[in-house]
Design a protein. Structure first.
Length: 321
């Protein structure tokens, strides 16, 4: 979340005139993340999020993202939900840009997840995969494995400037990942950005997920690999196997992995680390001046790449319970 587009009082009043949400009481920009302009909106009816979709989000993808959020809510999955106006429309425009008003979710994200948090997060991820079954729309993963080498070709100099010698290391990683990448795993709708700041808890219990703007159809186990990287590394860069086992146990309480999925976890985790290294490297030099946002450090994921490179069997965790 970030703020790239300001909204005047007049523009906000005009937007809300289409909804039964009452008059606006407060609008405050949220200076987190990198994708869209996000605001906390309070009206006479309650509290909401207002999102203005910026250039990186393609407008043609928004029916998938917003439709998925609506589908999940209808199938008893706790997630932020788009609000329809009086005409039943959920996609609006502000300053010529697409926008939506999203329900406010109660709960808090955790900055330093424990193993217990990880188990709850795995539980929530499996429930998401199951609730999304039958969703009628489809969207390819445009940041999937086949996109990484072309993306890196545009970033090679940035990698070398970040850390001398890194470009050649990343090229070798990309070749290794491509050679081992599985193509026959179970697929479905995945979140694809299941980080701790996109998951809410109420006390120790999973309360819901937000930010579905990378959601797509891909390998379900790839979503688990994204989560393992995001939830199970310590601040010192070490991989917490106890937390990883807890996350998988929470997941498999609802959807057991196939043997092929479990065997693929090492390369999937290596690839998931590559995906976030590359997009962070891109954002490191591309965040617009004046945006209320600090781009995330690509070196965090470079260190995770090094872990997967040096210990490829690390996420082969054996039996979980």
């Amino acid at each position: 979340m970030a703020v790239y587009t300001d909204i005047t009082d007049e523009e906000l009043t005009a937007l809300l005139s289409d909804f039964d949400l009452g008059a606006p009481l407060a609008l405050k920009g949220i200076a987190e993340g990198v994708e869209n302009s996000n605001f906390m909106l309070e009206t006479e009816v309650g509290r909401f999020f207002l999102t203005v979709y910026e250039k990186r989000v393609r407008e043609e993808d928004l029916p998938f993202f917003l439709g998925l959020m609506h589908w999940l809510a209808e199938h008893d999955y706790p997630s932020a939900t788009p609000i329809a106006d009086r005409a039943g429309e959920i996609l609006k425009r502000v300053r010529g840009k697409p926008a939506a008003i999203i329900s406010f979710m109660q709960g808090l994200s955790v900055r330093r997840p424990t193993a217990a948090h990880c188990r709850e997060a795995g539980d929530g991820l499996a429930r998401l995969h199951l609730a999304a079954q039958g969703f009628p729309l489809s969207r390819a993963n445009d940041l999937g494995q086949d996109a990484w080498a072309p993306l890196f070709a545009t970033l090679r100099d940035d990698a070398e400037n970040l850390k001398p010698g890194l470009a050649a290391v990343i090229e070798a990683d990309l070749a290794r990942i491509a050679a081992a990448w599985p193509t026959d795993l179970p697929t479905g709708v995945i979140h694809a950005d299941y980080f701790p700041d996109n998951v809410f808890f109420q006390g120790p219990t999973f309360a819901g997920a937000i930010d579905f703007y990378f959601a797509c159809v891909d390998s379900l186990a790839y979503d688990i690999a994204v989560a393992l990287n995001a939830w199970c590394f310590e601040a010192d860069g070490s991989f917490n196997i106890t937390s990883a086992r807890a996350l998988l146990a929470g997941y498999e309480a609802h959807r057991p992995l196939t043997p092929a999925e479990r065997a693929a976890l090492p390369v999937l985790a290596h690839g998931a680390a590559m995906r976030f290294f590359l997009t962070r490297l891109h954002d490191w030099g591309a965040t617009p001046a004046g945006a209320l946002v600090r781009p995330k450090d690509p070196l965090e994921y470079e260190r995770k790449l090094a872990v997967h490179r040096s210990a490829p069997d690390l996420v082969l965790l054996g039996e979980v319970s």
